[in-house]
Design a protein around this ligand. Structure first.
Ligand SMILES: [Zn+2]
Ligand SMILES: [Zn+2]
Length: 383
């Protein structure tokens, strides 16, 4: 289950698979809970004959990301449907769609030989799919032998407001701001894109996304009622650097298709329009060249983990907005459950054992959790 690349590991570092993982052992399949690199980033290092299971949309997002950094690994990909059990070797696996900042994220219920394990993957209970987590808590799997639980937010004071509350905050910001509102968020955080688009609809503004975000939305379009190029109050800014990138990859057709919903960076230079504009460091140069510069009438919102603001890319954005004296209003919520929600979830699952698998603060902040079995890396446990 999952082959994550530590987020703080150097990009080209290899040999990161734990030595306790026996690559030669017969392996029925590799289960990827969701398309975040700390859950699938070491996939290229696993034996190519291992089948890879995930959600279909998660598969598309992983392929998209791999395509940007090089080649998409040729593998035996198999896609599951939420709630439909699969027989994988001796294991019966039921993927359960869940609420997380990654799109198409799952918890995994694994049954074998009369035993039952639930892997939480990454989840939260305050996003747009929170009702799925609440429903599972109301009707948990019976007689769980073990719960493998993530604890990313243990010991942290990260904000865990609901996405719907964020929508309200963005609405207020959009109404209050005289000029444009620039927002920095992750293109693959679809909940946030939905939040921003809904806030635009409610406040009479138009959401302007970059080509990459448009590609993500187009890729996921068939999975439901998501914002996508072609809908009202949504435009795609066609910038030179991105166009060059897509053409170099042979994606000219995509660029041409997006031109129908496109807008030039130059058109965003006016602060009279009611734009909500996606901003990221890779857009700054093209924006500058076309006269898009922040002013004191504009606002900006860093809708990502605040820690990134302290890094070089964050500094770049910060000083760009400071130079124009734009108002800052950073609206964000965590992609992971709060400590309180983790505790409610753990109690609701009533598992015989709780095995921590993700998070740095289990030893202190996790001390109150029921039936914790703390394992060192590579230490086997018999269920
Ligand atoms: Zn994670
Ligand atoms: Zn994640």
């Amino acid at each position: 289950m999952d082959v994550g690349r530590p987020l703080d590991s150097p990009k080209d570092a290899s040999g990161l698979l734990p030595s306790s993982l026996d690559l030669a052992a017969p392996t029925a399949g590799l289960l990827i809970s969701h398309p975040h690199l700390d859950h699938y980033g070491l996939l290229p290092e696993t034996p190519p004959q291992w089948p890879v299971y995930s959600g279909a949309m998660a598969g598309r997002l992983m392929a998209l990301t791999a395509g940007i950094h090089g080649k998409v690994p040729v593998r035996d990909y198999r896609y599951w449907n939420s709630g439909e059990p699969l027989q994988i070797g001796p294991f019966r696996v039921t993927p359960l769609l869940t609420d997380h900042s990654a799109f198409d994220a799952y918890m995994l219920l694994i049954e074998a030989d009369g035993k039952k394990v639930l892997y939480s993957g990454d989840f939260r209970a305050h996003g747009r799919k929170a009702s799925l987590v609440r429903a599972l808590m109301r009707r948990p799997p019976e007689n769980l032998d073990a719960l493998l639980l993530e604890g990313t937010n243990l010991g942290s004071e990260k904000a865990t407001a609901a996405e719907s509350e964020l929508e309200h905050s963005f609405c207020t910001l959009f109404h209050r701001t005289e000029g444009r509102v620039f927002v920095s968020w992750s293109a693959q955080n679809i909940d946030r894109t939905v939040t921003l688009y809904r806030a635009c609809l409610r406040s009479g503004r138009t959401l302007v996304v970059d080509l990459y975000t448009a590609q993500v939305l187009e890729l996921l379009a068939e999975s439901g009622r998501l914002p996508r190029p072609g809908l009202k109050q949504l435009r795609v800014v066609v910038t030179r650097t991105f166009v060059r990138l897509y053409k170099a990859r042979g994606d000219e057709a995509f660029v041409e298709r997006m031109a129908a919903y496109g807008i030039s960076a130059k058109a965003l230079a006016s602060d009279h329009e009611r734009w909500v504009i996606m901003i990221r460091p890779s857009l700054l140069r093209d924006f500058e060249q076309k006269g898009v510069r922040p002013t004191a009438h504009d606002a900006w919102s860093f809708s990502q983990w605040r820690g990134y603001l302290g890094q070089p890319d964050g500094h770049k954005l910060q000083s760009w907005f400071d130079s124009g004296m734009a108002q800052a209003d950073h609206i964000h919520t965590s992609g992971h459950a709060s400590t309180a929600d983790l505790m409610s979830f753990a109690l609701a699952m009533k598992a015989k054992r709780l095995i921590p698998i993700h998070g740095m603060h289990w030893d202190v902040a996790g001390a109150q959790f029921p039936n914790v079995l703390r394992l060192g890396d590579g230490v086997p446990v018999e269920i």
